[in-house]
Ligand binder design. Structure first.
Ligand code: 5GP
Ligand code: ZN
Length: 114
């Protein structure tokens, strides 16, 4: 997707602050962190929203979560705990329409979220 911000991170047209990367997944620091650790974990292939997932994407979505666990270890928040979430569409709070898993930690998370 030519005009997708996160596709530009994957291509390095815009350089991300990379925390973890493999063949399918890229994880980089959020530009406006909502916690001391705030990492965005994305598939390298463009998928707009959670609603656009197909059955064939099941392995890829699993890999996003495996990457999240790796990022949590790398960032040292795995034992204390952390939160992962995906926002979907406007009322879900989605602003960037390339699916991404937020990983936030290094502070106590409130519930319910705002
Ligand atoms: P959403 O609201 O779509 O779930 O989350 C989008 C996230 O992308 C926000 O947390 C926002 O701070 C982050 N973001 C927006 N623009 C940029 C950018 O240019 N670079 C990085 N690293 N993060 C961004
Ligand atoms: Zn994209």
């Amino acid at each position: 997707m030519d005009d997708c911000l996160f596709c530009k991170m994957v291509s390095r047209e815009i350089p991300p602050d990379v925390v973890y990367e493999d063949d399918d997944v890229l994880a980089f620091r959020d530009i406006n962190p909502q916690a001391p650790v705030h990492v965005l974990i994305i598939p390298k292939r463009h998928i707009s929203t959670l609603n656009d997932l197909q059955a064939g994407d099941a392995e890829l979505i699993g890999k996003l979560h495996l990457a999240a666990a790796t990022v949590a270890k790398l960032e040292g928040v795995d034992s204390a705990g952390y939160r992962t979430l995906i926002n979907c569409n406007e009322e879900g709070g989605q602003v960037v329409f390339h699916i991404h898993l937020h990983l936030m930690g290094a502070r106590r998370m409130g519930w319910p979220p705002g």
